[in-house]
Design a protein around this ligand. Structure first.
Ligand SMILES: [Zn+2]
Length: 282
């Protein structure tokens, strides 16, 4: 759909933040001592929302990470962060965010009756980020320090107990799936652009080559069948109440395949409900 300038800006901001978190996860996945890793937890503590990008649970100590994908030159002055390009705008202080997260998380543990040390860090994951007058005594990890930090975590003893696992399970159970931060503006099927998109780069210029869809922009290939099933997934996510029919998928996936082919793919992969004109799939 067409986004307004503000929506587009917000979308890019969220996408960038997400990319940073994914980047950080690549590091934590490699820790050989295998702590419990909880990514992107969204919790409630004392009626406040608490979002933690990454949580690593070792016996006795829990590490919380606030991951920032900021780019470019910044400066730290009188306890605040400013961008250096353009107007030198003050930005939301990630150290304050971290303090708040730690405080709320400790309270949550206390209310649940657990005792752990809680350590927290702000991670600047972008290779093009620079902070002038960087404070030495604040819990900040720069990308250049991350390998060393991970080595340190790797050496920590990590014999997890049943109690550790129980707490992890509890945190997962308390995870809020409905994020109060996602404000998706209402949308209608009619206003959305139809047609298949590239699974890698989202481009809508695709060519059908035999059983494959080939992206004209990035060259990525995907089987038509998988593209159509991906389309079914998109519709189910966007419109959970919509009935999946051959006609709807034909329209949504545009030129990816013929009606006959789409009908066959739906029949083979989903459960057929109803009859004749009223056939749909679940
Ligand atoms: Zn592509």
């Amino acid at each position: 759909m067409n986004l307004t300038d503000d929506e587009q800006k917000n979308f890019l901001y969220l996408e960038k933040g997400f990319a940073g978190e994914v980047q950080f996860d690549l590091y934590t996945e490699k820790i050989q001592s295998k702590p419990l890793i909880l990514n992107d937890l969204l919790l409630k503590s004392n009626n406040s929302n608490l979002q933690i990008d990454s949580t690593l649970m070792f016996p006795k100590t829990i590490y919380l990470f606030e991951v920032k994908n900021f780019e470019g030159d910044h400066i730290y002055e009188n306890g605040n962060f400013y961008t250096l390009n353009g107007k030198g705008k003050e930005i939301k202080n990630p150290l304050d965010q971290l303090k708040r997260i730690k405080f709320l998380f400790r309270q949550l543990l206390q209310n649940l009756g657990y005792r752990y040390n809680v350590e927290g860090y702000v991670v600047f994951i972008n290779p093009e980020f620079n902070l002038y007058q960087s404070p030495k005594d604040e819990p900040i990890i720069y990308l250049s320090q991350l390998p060393r930090f991970m080595k340190k975590l790797n050496k920590l003893p990590c014999q997890l107990t049943k109690q550790d696992q129980a707490l992890a399970n509890k945190l997962v159970a308390l995870h809020q799936t409905e994020s109060p931060y996602t404000r998706i503006r209402p949308y209608k099927y009619e206003e959305l652009k139809k047609g298949p998109t590239c699974k890698t780069c989202n481009s809508s210029s695709l060519s059908v080559c035999g059983k494959k869809l080939v992206c004209d922009d990035c060259g990525c290939e995907e089987l038509v069948e998988s593209a159509i099933l991906r389309g079914v997934g998109e519709l189910r996510l966007l419109f959970p109440d919509m009935k999946i029919t051959t006609n709807i998928i034909f329209e949504w996936c545009g030129s990816a395949g013929s009606k006959k082919m789409i009908g066959r793919i739906l029949k083979e992969n989903l459960q057929k409900m109803g009859n004749k004109k009223y056939t749909y799939y679940e």
